[in-house]
Design a protein around this ligand. Structure first.
Ligand code: GUN
Length: 292
């Protein structure tokens, strides 16, 4: 192995420890606990697990959490009514609507309703719009891309002037990750299902953020020697040697890539733990903004 492993689990724990220490100081000073409201509509098992971990993290860091679990058939009107009541509720600092919503609900209308001061996911059009504009600052940066950039910076990877390639253009990861990299003066190429010569494009990347959801798609010979690889993929593959019968792998073939790259995140234990750590950081920030 030539690449330096970027230990997301350890870096996420450092972020969590810092957040917990600040929360403890605030609480000792008599301030209200930073409190996150999560909203889950429907019964997707993956979304239920994510929301549960977010609530658990709040508890572990001395923060409050309130979870709203609505049935899959909830109407747009009912969901909007809940968001409005959370916007008005002074005991709630952050609001997170777990995505995807069931298909009959209008995600855009829901996200734009969240007060920007409570938009800890950074998905409201105002926060994303500011991220996309020069000289403007969003109040909150979406958690997974924020975690990707944090890992690069903590590992000493130079972003300014680098050729960065982002695989995937989702609203949750690819697009905001590309905007963040541009804001840090990288030269950014965003690839997607219709990109021609994907291997050739990836080969020019000093920094690769892979968020395309395709099992081990990026091969070792696609990677520029010394590149920094941030693998956002979480794909389950059958593995008879595991008790569960499966294991998780990324969008990058780790065993091949680690022999060529300069830095690489593992799956699991890379970007995954960062998403919740950055959400906790954003929730604390929301409480600080609302103090003022
Ligand atoms: N679904 C997948 N990732 C996320 C996330 O970071 N936030 C929300 N709200 N939903 C998601």
């Amino acid at each position: 192995m030539t690449a330096q492993l970027i230990d997301g689990k350890m870096i996420a724990q450092q972020v969590r420890d810092e957040v917990a220490a600040t929360v403890a100081k605030r609480t000792a000073a008599g301030k209200q606990k930073p409190t996150l409201a999560t909203v889950l509509v429907g019964d997707r098992p993956d979304s239920q697990a994510y929301v549960k971990s977010k609530g658990k993290a709040c508890e572990e860091l001395g923060m409050g959490s309130v979870s709203h679990h609505l049935p899959a058939e909830t109407s747009q009107e009912e969901l909007e009514k809940l968001i409005k009541s959370l916007n008005d509720d002074k005991t709630i600092n952050g609001i997170l609507v777990q995505l995807p919503l069931p298909s009959h609900l209008n995600e855009e209308r829901v996200l734009q309703l969240i007060s920007i001061e409570k938009d800890v996911d950074g998905f409201s059009p105002i926060n994303i719009g500011r991220l996309a504009q020069k000289g403007r600052e969003p109040l909150f940066v979406p958690c997974t891309p924020y975690g990707c950039i944090y890992l690069l910076e903590k590992s000493g990877v130079k972003i300014e002037g680098a050729n960065a390639v982002v695989l995937g253009r989702s609203n949750i990861v690819g697009m905001p990750a590309a905007l963040l990299l541009i804001g840090k003066n990288a030269t950014v190429t965003v690839c997607h299902s219709r990109t021609q010569d994907l291997p050739g494009t990836v080969r020019r990347a000093d920094i690769l953020i892979a968020a395309i959801g395709k099992t081990e798609m990026v091969r070792g010979d696609w990677i520029k020697p010394g590149a920094a690889i941030i693998d956002v993929g979480i794909n389950s593959v059958p593995d008879a040697t595991k008790k569960s019968g499966h294991r998780l792998v990324g969008d990058v073939n780790f065993n091949e890539a680690k022999e060529v790259a300069g830095f690489i995140t593992p799956v699991p234990g890379g970007v995954g733990p960062m998403t919740i750590a950055m959400l906790m950081k954003n929730t604390l920030r929301a409480a600080e903004i609302q103090d003022k």
